[in-house]
Design a protein around this ligand. Structure first.
Ligand code: BG6
Length: 481
C-alpha cells in the first residue's frame, strides 16, 4: 500500500488554521486518516518546529474540545516545506513525498491557476505509484470568462477526474440528507412537483460581518461568495430529477440539467428577479456593529453587496411556474439557514371553518441541523378544532460522532469519492446564469439595510403575489403561524 500524503499549499494562511487543521485533528482523534502524512507548504521561511507550534496554538484556539496530549501527538506528525509557487521550488515537495498525494490549494483565489500549473510542471500531477488529486477552493473564477481561463490553466496539467472543486455546503449533514430524504422515501416523490409545491425559499442569513476577510470579500460580494456556489448547489439538489444511481457523474449530470433549465436573466428580470443590499450600522443582539463601509479594510465608498437575493424559475415539466427564491446576507437578524419548501393549500375548509395553512417541509442547516414538517393536526380537547404542529427530526444524537463539512469532504477527497465536489460544467452553468446579474450590478449601488435586520426591502420585489419571505428573525414562530 503506497503512502498517502496531504500537501497543503498556503499552510500558513487562515483557511489552514481555522478550518483544515481543526478538521484533520478531529479526524485524527476519531481514529481516521491516522496514516495520512500532512505536509504544509508556504512561502514563509519557518522551521518545522515553528510550523507545528503555530498549528498547535491554532487548534487550541479553534477546536472547542481541544486536548493538549492529542494535539501534541497530531502536530508532531506535521512536516513543513518553505517554497514559492514556482515549479523549480515545488520540486522539493516531490523529493519529500512518495506515493499518493492530495494537494490542497488553501491559497487566495487569484493564485489557484498558477499553483495548479506549477504543481504539474514540477511533475507532481502524475505518480508512478498511487494517485494524485487537486482540491480547489471556491470561488472558481469571478465570472464565466475568468472561470474558463482558470479551467484551461488547471486542465493544462490536471485531468478533470483528479480535480476536486470543493463547496463545503456539500459536506453538511443537511445537504446530504436532502438527497437521501428526497430519494429514499416513497411518499415524497409524487408530491415533489409544481402540482403540489407552491414555492421554495433557500435562505442563508448570517449575523457575521466580513470579519478578517475584507480584501477578499470586497472584491467578491454576496453573489459570488454565497449564491454562485453554496445556494445554487442547494437549489440544484432540491430541484434535480431522481438519479438512476449515486454515481458521481450521474449526480452531477442531474444538477447541471437543473441549471440548464433555469430561466436565464434578461435586462427586465435582472431588475425584478434580483435584489442586492449593503449593511449599515446596527445592533446584533446586544452588540453595536459598524456599517460595512466602516469595517476595517473596506473602502468608504464600496458598492459591494453584502446581501443578494435571486428568483429562479425552471422551465421543465416538474417545476414550471414554481419560484425558487435564494438569498443570503451578512449581518442579518439571525443565522437561521434553511431550505423551505411550501406545499399548495388544501382546497376545503377545516372542521372548525378555518382554511388549513400550507404545509412546509424545512431542511434546516443552522443554527441546528434538523428536518421539520409543518402540518395541521387536531387540537387536543373536546372541540373539533385544529392547530399547527411541527414534526421535527433533529440530527444531533447523543454520543453520535459528528463530522463537520470539512471532515466529511477531506475523507471523500482521500477516498476519491467525487460525488460531493463540483464538476467544471456545474461551475460554468452557475456563472452563465449569474453573469447578467453581475453585469447589471457593476453599476449603481446596493440598497442599505440596517445590521441586525431582515435585509433590504427590495428583496420583496422578487416575490409573486401571495408569497412572503419567511422571517429571518424567528422562523420557528413562522412555522407555528
Ligand atoms: C463561506 C463564505 O464559503 O461560507 C463565508 O465565504 C460564509 O462568507 C461561510 O460565512 C458560511 O458557511 P457556514 O458553514 O459557516 O454556514
Amino acid at each position: 500500500m503506497p503512502d498517502t500524503n496531504l500537501v497543503i499549499l498556503g499552510a500558513t494562511g487562515d483557511l489552514t488554521q481555522r478550518l483544515l487543521m481543526p478538521a484533520l485533528y478531529r479526524l485524527y482523534r476519531l481514529g481516521y486518516a491516522r496514516d495520512l502524512k500532512i505536509t504544509g507548504y508556504a512561502v514563509e521561511d519557518w522551521s518545522e518546529q515553528y510550523f507545528r507550534d503555530h498549528i498547535r496554538k491554532a487548534l487550541h484556539t479553534f477546536v472547542p474540545d481541544y486536548r493538549a496530549d492529542e494535539g501534541q501527538a497530531f502536530c508532531a506528525g506535521l512536516d513543513y516545506i518553505t517554497g514559492s509557487l514556482e515549479a523549480g521550488q515545488m520540486k522539493e515537495i516531490g523529493h519529500r513525498i512518495k506515493g499518493s498525494a492530495l494537494f490542497y490549494l488553501a491559497l487566495p483565489p487569484p493564485l489557484f491557476g498558477t499553483a495548479a500549473m506549477a504543481l504539474g510542471e514540477a511533475g507532481l500531477a502524475q505518480a508512478s505509484e498511487g494517485w494524485r488529486r487537486l482540491v480547489v477552493e471556491k470561488p472558481f473564477g469571478t465570472d464565466l470568462a475568468s472561470a474558463e481561463i482558470l479551467r484551461k490553466q488547471i486542465h493544462s496539467q490536471w485531468a478533470e477526474e483528479n480535480i476536486l472543486r470543493i463547496d463545503h455546503f456539500l459536506g453538511k449533514e443537511t445537504t446530504q440528507n436532502l438527497m437521501v430524504f428526497r430519494f429514499a422515501n416513497r411518499f415524497l416523490e409524487p408530491l415533489w412537483n409544481s402540482a403540489h409545491i407552491a414555492q421554495v425559499q433557500i435562505s442563508c442569513p448570517e449575523t457575521l460581518g466580513v470579519e478578517h476577510r475584507a480584501a477578499y470579500y470586497d472584491r467578491a460580494g454576496a453573489l459570488r461568495d454565497m449564491l454562485q456556489n453554496h445556494l445554487m448547489q442547494l437549489f440544484c439538489l432540491t430541484a434535480m430529477e431522481p438519479p438512476s444511481s449515486w454515481d458521481a457523474e450521474v449526480l452531477r449530470d442531474h444538477k447541471v440539467e437543473v441549471l440548464r433549465a433555469a430561466v436565464p436573466f434578461n435586462e427586465h428580470t435582472v431588475c425584478s428577479w434580483a435584489a442586492r443590499g449593503q449593511y449599515t450600522g446596527g445592533r446584533i443582539g446586544s452588540e453595536e456593529v459598524p456599517a460595512y463601509r466602516q469595517e476595517p479594510g473596506i473602502p468608504g465608498d464600496s458598492n459591494t453587496e453584502t446581501f443578494a437575493a435571486l428568483r429562479f424559475e425552471i422551465n421543465n415539466w416538474r417545476w414550471q411556474g414554481v419560484p425558487f427564491y435564494l438569498r443570503s446576507g451578512k449581518r442579518m437578524a439571525s443565522n437561521c439557514s434553511e431550505i423551505a419548501v411550501q406545499f399548495r393549500q388544501v382546497p376545503d375548509a377545516l372542521p372548525d371553518g378555518k382554511i388549513a395553512p400550507s404545509n412546509w417541509m424545512i431542511f434546516r442547516l443552522q443554527p441546528q441541523e434538523s428536518l421539520n414538517l409543518v402540518a395541521t393536526a387536531k387540537k387536543p380537547g373536546m372541540e373539533f378544532a385544529t392547530h399547527t404542529v411541527v414534526l421535527t427530526a433533529s440530527y444531533a444524537q447523543e454520543n453520535a460522532k459528528e463530522f463537520s463539512a470539512y471532515e466529511q469532504l477531506l475523507m471523500d477527497a482521500i477516498d476519491g469519492n467525487c460525488s460531493h465536489f463540483l464538476r467544471f460544467d456545474e461551475v460554468e452553468w452557475a456563472w452563465r446564469l449569474l453573469d447578467p446579474v453581475l453585469r447589471a450590478w457593476s453599476k449603481g449601488s446596493p440598497e442599505e439595510y440596517a445590521a441586525g435586520s431582515e435585509g433590504p426591502a427590495s428583496q420583496n420585489h422578487l416575490l409573486i403575489p401571495g408569497h412572503e419571505w419567511r422571517p429571518v428573525t424567528d422562523p420557528h414562530k413562522r412555522d407555528l403561524l
